[in-house]
Ligand binder design. Structure first.
Ligand code: OXD
Ligand code: MN
Length: 593
């Protein structure tokens, strides 16, 4: 294999700065993976789990101050501040490199620097992108081997002069005050230092596949989105594909792996999981939108995952899985809050402390056994519902795009945008209520356009413009919908059962895509007629469907003010079309009887 001079030179430069004792190239072999696992077990970086019940599974505990993405330490370093936009933290490239260099300097002394060549997307697909991550963490190597296609075959694909994203990660001293997650889109480069938490350090994921890829997509004419992708086979045998964006804590992973309710399964409905977090979507030669999942694994939140909420995930994570920050049971298996069954009588909590279910903190609150953001990393190939198209180079054709949020009122169960530009407005104005378990005051609304607020690697005003342009280039753009599984009645009761039953709503969406069903035209878009949502066998009170589908004019009028406040942040750069859509909706609401 001819050497890739730029790659070798860059590895060399980084080694000169970080000063590792040794450099090891990751080849993707089972043998090398086994040796690294043994090394991590010897140092305590990994803990072996019960290999009879959880074969190939290990536990890792992060530092206590390092359990989630640190958005306030995440920066987009473009030459012009305005190119990063009001949606990002910004630093000049010069300042970014200088600050991070001071932390990286000599930080790998006594350590090994691993070189991980990886492909986001099937190796060799024209949809895919190659990255190379340098890291001093075996945990990162082992996770990257699950989350991406990594090793020698990627180097072969890269050849002597192929393009790649330069990803440098170092743990340094894991000090929150010396932690930076920097993106240099203009240099196709990522520098992450001072963290060992997945979202900050598995650089193929949020950093490359969303922040850098969204920037590349804008330049090259495609979309990198925070979306799950799933296929639904209807009783006629045809499979249609949906891509869906939801902010965190809205059940994205569960929807991606949805198990059809028994009555629908009996009729012939089946669901195929293509991706649970990220979609790269391109217009192919047929001028339709096609999506691949650039990842090959999932890095999912453990708490709340159980046989009811996500039976497919439970099967997938029973082998070859790395658990992070969950509770260790005395029998060498693991547990988290809202896992199946009762809490264990005792265990070791995510901090490494002895734990019993009655432990309380100083304020009398129960101490959880697993961190609220504890995770599992598992190969997608182990998901029972995995799509046979996962490895297809061109992915799957997308029939519908869904945007969703958590809204106790306002947004109906489902509505369809009038057309692509209106759909872009619907995505751009997406919002979700914070829950008690999340940041900020309960009920407070956080605007999160296309669920990309923390992940768009450039000014979101330009991102909306890019979405609008994409629509014009397609012969048959996917239809765009908005869903809300979380609507409540005035007494605070959830009106919709959610989980597998969401397939009933997806079925209406597919029927709309095929032109099989009429809908009610409302100011916000097309809403189902109550009789067109299949509620057979559901325990709904009379009138619940009507409540789920209502479009309350007063609430929408109040929402308009919040949307314009948000839009104003983008100033002159916001596409005029966004304001035109806003005003048209305003007029339709005024005319509403
Ligand atoms: C996220 C994730 O934070 O997928 O969105 O981990
Ligand atoms: Mn995500």
């Amino acid at each position: 294999m001819a050497p890739h001079e730029n790659l070798e030179q860059w590895v060399d430069e980084c080694a000169k700065m970080c000063r590792p004792d040794r450099i090891v190239w990751i080849d993707g072999s089972e043998e090398q993976k086994r040796a690294l696992t043994s090394e991590a077990l010897a140092t305590g970086e990994l803990i072996e789990l019960n290999q009879e019940q959880l074969p190939g599974c290990y536990l890792h505990r992060t530092a206590l101050n390092d359990v989630a993405r640190t958005e306030h330490l995440t920066f987009i370093c473009t030459r012009l501040k305005d190119d990063a936009g009001p949606n990002n933290n910004w630093m000049s490239p010069e300042q970014g490199y200088r600050k991070a260099r001071a932390i990286f300097d000599g930080s790998m002394r006594g350590r090994v620097m691993y070189v991980i060549p990886f492909s986001m997307g099937p190796v060799g697909s024209p949809f895919s992108k190659i990255g190379v991550e340098l890291t001093d963490s075996i945990y990162v190597v082992l996770n990257m081997l699950i989350m991406t296609r990594a090793g020698t075959e990627v180097l072969e694909q890269l050849g002597a002069a192929g393009e790649f994203t330069k990803c440098l990660h170092g743990k340094a001293d894991l000090d929150l005050n010396r932690r930076l997650i920097l993106h240099f889109p203009e240099d196709n480069t990522i520098w992450s230092v001072g963290s060992g938490y997945g979202g900050n350090v598995l650089l193929g994921k949020k950093c490359l596949a969303l922040r850098i890829a969204s920037y590349l997509g804008m330049q090259e004419g495609w979309l990198a989105e925070h979306m799950l992708v799933l296929g639904i086979e209807r009783p006629d045998g045809r499979i249609m594909y949906l891509a869906a964006a939801f902010p965190s804590a809205c059940g994205k992973t569960n929807l991606a792996m949805l198990r059809p309710p028994e009555a629908m399964r009996a009729k012939g409905y089946r669901v195929f999981t293509v991706g649970d977090d990220i979609a790269w979507m391109r217009i192919d030669t047929d001028r339709r939108l096609w999506a691949i999942n650039p990842e090959s694994g999932m890095f999912g939140v453990a708490p709340g995952t159980n046989a009811k909420t996500n039976p497919n995930a439970m099967t997938a994570i029973s082998r070859n899985t790395i658990y992070t920050n969950v509770l260790l049971k005395p029998d060498g298996t693991v547990w988290w809050e809202d896992d199946d069954g009762d809490p264990p009588a005792k265990g070791i909590d995510w901090r490494g402390e002895p734990w019993t279910p009655d432990r309380k903190d100083d304020t009398g609150e129960p101490i959880p056994g697993a961190n609220a953001n504890s995770r599992y990393t598992a190969p997608l190939s182990q998901v029972p519902s995995i799509s046979f198209r996962l490895e297809h180079h061109h992915g799957v054709p997308i029939d519908a795009i869904l945007f969703g949020g958590r809204r106790a009122s306002l947004a109906p169960l489902v509505f369809e945008a009038f057309n692509w530009p209106h759909g872009v407005y619907v995505g751009a104005t997406m919002a979700s209520e914070r829950t008690a378990a999340q940041y900020g005051a309960q009920g407070e609304v956080r605007r999160d356009p296309m669920a990309m607020l923390p992940f768009c690697g450039y000014n979101m005003a330009d991102y909306f413009e890019h979405w609008l342009r994409m629509g014009v280039r397609m012969v048959k753009p996917p239809r765009i919908f908005h869903v809300n599984w979380f609507r409540k009645d005035p007494e605070g009761r959830f009106l919709w059962p959610g989980y597998g039953e969401n397939l009933r709503v997806l079925d209406w969406i597919l029927a709309r895509c095929k032109g099989e069903v009429e809908a009610e035209r409302t100011p916000i878009g097309f809403v189902p007629k109550p009789e067109d949502i299949n509620t057979e066998g559901l325990d709904l009170a009379p009138g619940d469907v009507e409540k789920l589908l209502a479009v309350p004019r007063d609430e929408w009028t109040a929402e308009m003010g919040r949307i314009s406040e948000f839009f104003k942040k983008f100033g002159e750069r916001l596409p005029a079309e966004m304001w035109a859509q806003h005003q048209a909706l305003q007029r339709r609401l005024e005319l509403m009887s």
